[in-house]
Design a protein around this ligand. Structure first.
Ligand SMILES: Nc1ncnc2c1ncn2[C@@H]1O[C@H](COP(=O)(O)OP(=O)(O)O)[C@@H](O)[C@H]1O
Ligand SMILES: [Mg+2]
Length: 364
């Protein structure tokens, strides 16, 4: 059992509360991403788990045993950083063997060769063992850094933004590789990233942080489709979510969301039937609003158009509000065009205007 658990863990640097009472449990074999903007407390959490920082208070356990007072080398974890410094004067083989030769380890040369070759094989770098780091691409170097963590066969892998030095295409390839690696070796992985797409694609669960506070902990599906508050709704997603200030109001016995220039019927969506009347903020993603030249829907004026490959993203004005929407390529929209917007109520999110907490609907 290698569950990881944080209970009421606090860490401050002088006046800065880097972590404000964290409760988090990670099950054995899970791939958990710590996601959030810069300075939100992700690395602090990871470094506390690694033993590179001491908690001010609270308990950290690995496999049920409290590790607060254990030195890093006694915690049976392996860490990979953003700057995957390989030893330049050592071959790939020697870089991979290094943790096995470290003081206090008792592996003979045959065991070392077996472990190094197994790690190299599972990362697809077996052909590179005789090379030096300068003869490798960035992606290959990062794989070796992962391999160096793997050879020790630790209970828990900790990765802190390991892909952020790679170019965009390679990052997408590597996240598939890391996911496949996790599916194979099934170790517990705690992965720090500020990249929501990385977190969504690789994780079994995601912990979203802001300013030292855990905002939500859930599966990628829950985080994306059921954000707990406005921060999570806006941070997760390819682009900023649309927020519209308005109110839930009953009209002719039916629930509507009403804002300036906008009345959206909620009656057909079971989830929203029991929302109470009152002020609310609607959150709706670009992909859930469609702009067309049809003659039904909310009237709007196109202000900007972006080509995003398979379709268009259109920024359209509804009175004083601007909403990002999607449109078909062949709609051929230009700034100034009149359009109609149709909204998908299944993808509405409603939040309290004060504090931004989700007004969760009934689960269908
Ligand atoms: N060694 C340190 N000394 C002082 N402040 C620190 C130190 N490490 C982190 N902090 C502060 O703690 C907060 C959280 O930092 P960190 O956990 O590194 O954020 P993240 O990894 O999410 O970008 C930030 O405000 C950061 O400036
Ligand atoms: Mg960090």
């Amino acid at each position: 059992m290698t569950d990881v658990r944080f209970s009421r863990v606090r860490k401050a640097f002088g006046p800065v509360a880097a972590l404000a009472g964290l409760d988090l449990e990670i099950r054995s074999g899970e791939f958990v991403s710590l996601l959030g903007p810069s300075g939100s407390g992700k690395s602090t959490t990871l470094n506390l788990l690694a033993g590179l920082l001491d908690a001010d208070s609270g308990d950290i356990t690995i496999g049920g045993a409290r590790v607060n007072d254990l030195s890093p080398d006694k915690r049976d974890i392996a860490m990979v950083f953003q700057n995957y410094a390989l030893y330049p004067h050592m071959t790939v083989f020697e870089n991979l063997a290094f943790p096995l030769r470290a003081r206090g380890r008792a592996f003979d040369e045959t065991q070392i060769k077996t472990k190094v070759e197994a790690a190299a094989e599972s990362l697809g770098v077996a052909a590179l063992l005789a090379r030096y780091p300068k003869e490798l691409s960035g992606g290959q170097q990062q794989r070796i850094a992962l391999g160096r963590a793997m050879v020790r066969d630790p209970k828990v892998f900790l990765l802190d933004e390991p892909l952020s030095n790679l170019d965009a295409r390679l990052r997408i390839r590597m996240r598939r590789d890391i996911k496949a690696l996790h599916d194979r070796i099934k170790s517990t992985i705690v992965y720090v990233t500020h990249d929501q797409a990385e977190a969504l694609t690789m994780s079994t669960r995601i912990a979203v942080f802001d300013q030292g506070h855990l905002q939500q902990y859930g599966t990628p599906n829950q985080i994306y489709h059921r954000p707990a508050n406005m921060f999570v709704a806006n941070f997760v997603g390819e682009r900023e979510i649309n927020f519209v200030n308005g109110a839930i109001a009953a009209k002719d016995g039916k629930a509507n969301f009403v804002a300036d220039g906008l009345t959206l019927n909620l009656a057909d969506e079971k989830r929203w039937r029991n929302l109470r009347a009152g002020k609310a903020v609607l959150g709706i993603r670009t992909e859930a609003i469609k702009a067309t030249r049809d003659d039904t829907g909310v009237s709007a004026i196109v202000e900007q158009v972006e080509l995003v490959g398979p379709e268009l993203v259109v920024y359209a004005a509804v009175r004083s509000a601007q909403l990002s929407c999607r449109a078909d390529l062949n709609a051929d929209l230009k700034p100034g065009d009149k359009v109609r917007l149709t909204f998908d109520p299944a993808h509405f999110h409603f939040f309290e205007p004060d504090g931004g907490v989700s007004l969760a609907g009934i689960e269908a």
